[in-house]
Design a protein around this ligand. Structure first.
Ligand code: BT5
Length: 272
């Protein structure tokens, strides 16, 4: 296995990036509380679209709903992208989907295991989470004024390096038998995939992205799932995602529910 050097080389990332929008500025930290928090601050101070904040380590990496993202130094990729799309807040889910797709394409081929996307933004290998996406935003009169996409990918952790509560639930490219390339190569591939899909979204809309997403999410169609929302949970059979990016679940009584903010649990995985 090709080991990365101990520190990322931002100059290498900048010199290898062939993107139009994403990565116009790359800001690098050895340690930061959260790249998303840092990018949010920069965005409120006018950072241009495409600004990328990347860190070697996060001391307070954020997940959704006040959860935490374990971000040990040198083991993964922790980065955030500033976007300024001129869209209404209701289109936010498209950005989660775009981000998860760009991550899945990046992870694909790094290990022998094909990635699987669990709506809205978990990327799994062998049913375990290898990457996650956190989208945060600032609004002005119902319009997005800036949007921060935070991406965490586990590359080099060994099983015993994960905190006890994540063992069995989290994985890394190394654990999955991956040939880890230099971390900079993964960052460049990720930003290029993101740039390509972002331009597709701006010029052609979400349909091509939703179509491509299906290549990575067929494990989640026609399956028994539990849907956990802030208001409570229910069970049903997953029917994929709708045009607006919402998750569709057919309940036992036949009602089709579309879910906007939720965690999906596969009942088969839960029984394993
Ligand atoms: C996410 O939240 O999956 C979003 C993760 C986003 C992290 C990136 S890193 C760069 C940027 N800056 C930030 O501060 N955040 C973003 P969620 O779906 O809520 O999942 C969080 C849950 O995943 C936790 O409660 C744990 O159970 C689990 N988890 C935490 N760290 C993990 C890790 N390194 N690998 C796999 N699972 C993890």
């Amino acid at each position: 296995m090709k080991q990365s050097l101990s520190f990322l080389r931002p100059s290498l990332i900048r010199s290898q990036l062939a993107t139009e929008i994403i990565g116009r500025r790359v800001i690098y930290f050895r340690t930061v509380d959260s790249t998303n928090t840092c990018a949010l601050e920069l965005a409120t101070r006018g950072a241009p679209e495409g600004t990328v904040v990347i860190a070697e380590e996060q001391t307070r990496g954020k997940g959704r709903l006040e959860r935490r993202w374990h971000s040990p130094p040198g083991k993964g990729i922790y980065l955030s992208i500033v976007l300024r799309p001129k869209v209404k807040v209701e289109f936010l889910t498209h950005f989660s989907i775009l981000s998860a797709l760009a991550v899945a394409e990046t992870v694909e081929g790094l290990s022998p295991c094909p990635p699987d996307i669990k709506w809205p933004n978990d990327i799994l290998l062998h049913h375990k989470k290898v990457a996650g996406v956190l989208v945060e935003l600032g609004t002005e009169n119902d319009l997005v004024s800036y949007l921060i996409v935070g991406i965490g990918i586990n590359l080099l952790q060994r099983e015993e390096e994960f905190p006890r509560e994540l063992r069995g639930k989290a994985t890394s490219i190394l654990i999955e038998g991956g040939e880890v390339v230099y971390r900079e190569e993964v960052v460049v591939k990720l930003l290029q995939n993101f740039d390509r899909w972002y331009k597709v979204l701006l010029t052609s809309g979400a349909t091509p992205i939703l179509e491509r997403w299906k290549d990575y999410s067929h494990n989640w169609i026609g399956k028994e799932v539990k849907v956990v929302t802030p208001e409570g949970e229910f069970y049903g059979i997953s029917e994929g995602i709708g045009d607006d990016g919402r998750f569709l679940v057919r309940k036992g009584d036949g009602e089709l529910k579309d879910v906007w903010a939720a965690d999906i649990v596969s009942l088969r995985a839960e029984r394993r």
